[in-house]
Write a protein that binds this ligand. Structure first.
Ligand code: ZN
Length: 297
């Protein structure tokens, strides 16, 4: 190697650390698909966020993989609903410095509802015993964690992510902001479309697999009549299944929704529904293309 080249390499090595830190796009991880699609929209044209819970898996039953832990360790920003909701993130986020955590539930102005109790949502005695004993898998604590199903919450997150990324990466701040503006407009348009579509069926009763749609029901004044399971990480009790069957009989032509990411054997009331009840399915349909847990930016 010639002397000039060696000198050039030495010079390059010397000046590299002087380049502004803002030139690098922050590595971002999103907890679950709906959060990921919002973050990906903000980062469009700049980078791609990584995703922890991929495919058809449920955040309620998710166990962190070593590849997730590595991706999280490399992240500069992690976006989630709340550590009490995506409980699998509590440990990897603990005690990390130089990490920005954006939690939707903590944003000023976020619409947060308590977990639904009483009436049809609380007819499983098992649930009381289970709750009293304490458990660690999911969100059925004080707060209902399915916040993104209220479009106002989704818009709030988009704005917060754009602001934070703009601070960390000023070079792309304008793009983040423009993307956020477009996404917020799209969400508002979608909100109006959904409102118009659901208006005629506002009074139609339906039963869902797990109590995940409170924000959506409130937003569009829907008439949910109950859930198959109280805890999304355990199958419903025999007693609850019998109670649900009675309830479905009394409701007549209600729709019963199952969620394919949960085992079919947990959805016995869906399969053994009364003749007039209709079987429906809520597929997991990510609005962003399938992504791997690794970060590329
Ligand atoms: Zn849920």
């Amino acid at each position: 190697m010639g002397k000039t080249r060696t000198l050039a390499l030495a010079l390059l090595a010397a000046i590299t650390p002087l380049w502004p830190a803002g030139a690098e796009v922050p590595k971002v991880m999103a907890s679950i698909q709906p959060i990921h699609s919002l973050v990906a929209a903000v980062m469009q044209g700049v980078g791609t966020p990584g995703l922890v819970v991929t495919g058809t898996q449920s955040e309620h039953t998710y166990a962190l993989k070593p590849s997730d832990a590595r991706a999280l360790a490399a992240a500069r920003v992690v976006v989630l609903v709340d550590e009490n909701y995506e409980t699998f993130l509590a440990k990897p986020l603990k005690g990390r410095d130089k990490l920005d955590v954006i939690a939707l539930a903590d944003l000023p102005g976020a619409h947060v509802l308590p977990t639904r109790k009483g009436g049809i949502w609380e007819s499983d005695e098992d649930h009381h015993a289970h709750e009293a004993g304490g458990h660690d898998g999911h969100h059925h604590g004080a707060m209902d964690g399915h916040l993104w199903l209220d479009p106002a919450n989704a818009r709030l997150l988009v704005a917060a992510v754009a602001d934070r990324l703009g601070e960390l990466d000023p070079e792309h701040a304008e793009t983040y902001q423009a993307n956020a503006d477009t996404t917020i407009l799209k969400l508002s348009g979608l909100d109006m479309q959904v409102q118009a579509k659901l208006y005629p069926v506002m009074d139609k009763p339906f039963v869902v697999f797990h109590d995940a749609y409170q924000y959506f029901e409130r937003r569009y004044n829907l008439s949910a009549a109950g859930s198959i399971t109280v805890d999304p990480d355990r199958p419903p009790s025999v007693k609850r299944m019998a109670a649900l069957r009675d309830r479905l009989k009394s409701l007549g032509s209600a729709c019963v929704f199952r969620e394919p990411q949960f085992p079919l054997r947990w959805s016995i009331p869906w399969r053994n529904r009364p003749a007039r009840a209709r079987a429906c399915s809520i597929p997991r349909a990510p609005t962003s293309p399938p992504v791997r847990t690794t970060i590329s930016s």
